[in-house]
Design a binder for this molecule. Structure first.
Ligand code: TXA
Ligand code: MG
Length: 351
């Protein structure tokens, strides 16, 4: 299959609309289209068509018990797929939709088991991206879309990343340039009494607490006790993995830099290709290996935005081992560390 990449350009509204129309027709016929959202690129299919949802699993090589998020473009459509919408969920939607927040509800019968990985619940999100919203509307309103990476690879934040993973596997990629946020949406489960965060993201528990009060965090998220399984099936798989071994170094900045310099010196001397993930502030302090800045500590959003891209760059440069600073900052730092720890298989050196 040939994969067509359509660039959507600012100021070219008529042409963009035409391209979105073509993409929507592919979706309506049960095909797959990758498209930008504000978090990461999604791999879309008609969420109410079982055969279409099935194609997503095959294109990604994704385990079939890992459910998909259904993307909608208007509030009225939520009740068409969710059987019951608690008042608190409605309040979060009013506050944060369109935006990087996914909520889980008991599903209605029209949502096929293929979309929900066999669960009786459905994950729903209204993305904050004009092209995504236009595409969802044109395609009928309900687009199932996981991140558009091969299962186990870092999520795509550029159309080029999607091409790396999906070239020849899907008919179309809509290229809307770099995404804004760079890590996947926050997931909150509303299918039980107290709302529970299943995946941290840009919308933090504190931001949600201000709107709805008490909110729990899935105990399986900590990842330290392997007997406590995370509730979101996707959070249990080894994920976001670069090809190289990734090790985080955590502690006071000066000690971290010293340790990384010692370890990278050793690695280089033993003939290994080594990478370092630092920040704009620290990169000048590293003396060995391929050093990359992930962003600036004065604006954590830049770190989220570059995280997956950096892991992919290191893959291309065939490094054997990557040492990274850690980011135990509040706010989005929690989501960044959740992804980094998973990419590192929880290997952390405390200094
Ligand atoms: O930002 C995002 O959410 C992106 C963009 C494309 O919207 N999408 C995304 O989808 O990250 P995906 O498939 O890569 O991650 C979906 C996560 C998985 O961990 C999955 O297990 C969980 O959501 N999930 C989906 N439906 C669920 C359900 N009914 N119950 C529990 N977890 C669910
Ligand atoms: Mg994903």
């Amino acid at each position: 299959m040939q994969t067509v990449i359509e660039k959507l350009l600012e100021g070219e509204e008529t042409q963009n609309l035409h391209k979105i129309e073509v993409a929507a027709n592919i979706l309506k016929e049960g095909g797959l289209v990758a498209f930008p959202t504000e978090t990461v690129y999604g791999l879309g299919a008609d969420a109410l068509n079982p055969a279409a949802a099935d194609r997503i699993y095959r294109a990604k090589g994704r385990p079939s018990d890992n459910p998909l998020i259904v993307h909608i473009y208007c509030m009225d459509d939520l009740q068409k797929i969710a059987a019951y919408i608690p008042a608190k969920a409605k309040r979060l939607a009013d506050h944060f939709w369109p935006g990087p927040l996914t909520m889980i509800f008991k599903k209605r019968d029209n949502v096929p088991a293929e979309t929900t990985g066999g669960l009786d619940t459905v994950a729903v999100r209204m993305p904050n991206h004009p092209l995504a919203l236009a595409l969802i509307e044109a395609a009928g309103g309900f687009i199932a879309a996981p991140s558009a990476n091969t299962s186990g690879k870092p999520s795509p934040t550029l159309a080029e990343h999607v091409k790396e993973d999906m070239d020849g596997r899907i008919p179309m990629i809509l290229d809307g340039g770099a995404v804004g946020i760079g890590i996947e949406s926050t997931i909150v489960d509303f299918s039980e009494e107290t709302p529970m965060v299943l995946r941290p993201g840009y919308i933090t528990p504190d931001m949600m607490k201000e709107v709805i009060g008490e909110i729990r965090i899935d105990p399986g998220l900590a990842g330290e006790d392997l007997s406590v399984r995370p509730k979101a099936p996707g959070m249990k798989y080894k994920h976001y993995a670069p090809k190289a071994e990734l090790i985080l170094v955590n502690g006071a900045q000066e000690k971290v830099q010293q340790t990384i310099n010692n370890l990278t010196k050793e690695a280089v001397e033993s003939g290994r290709t080594v990478g370092v993930i630092g920040t704009d502030e620290s990169c000048g302090c590293y003396h060995y290996g391929i050093v990359k800045s992930i962003g600036t500590r004065s604006d954590e959003d830049t770190i989220a935005r570059h995280l997956y891209g950096i892991l992919r760059e290191f893959d291309e440069q065939d490094v054997d081992i990557i040492y990274s600073e850690s980011f135990s900052t509040p706010r989005i730092g929690q989501a960044i560390m959740n992804r980094l720890l998973k990419a590192a298989g929880h290997q952390v050196i405390e200094v």
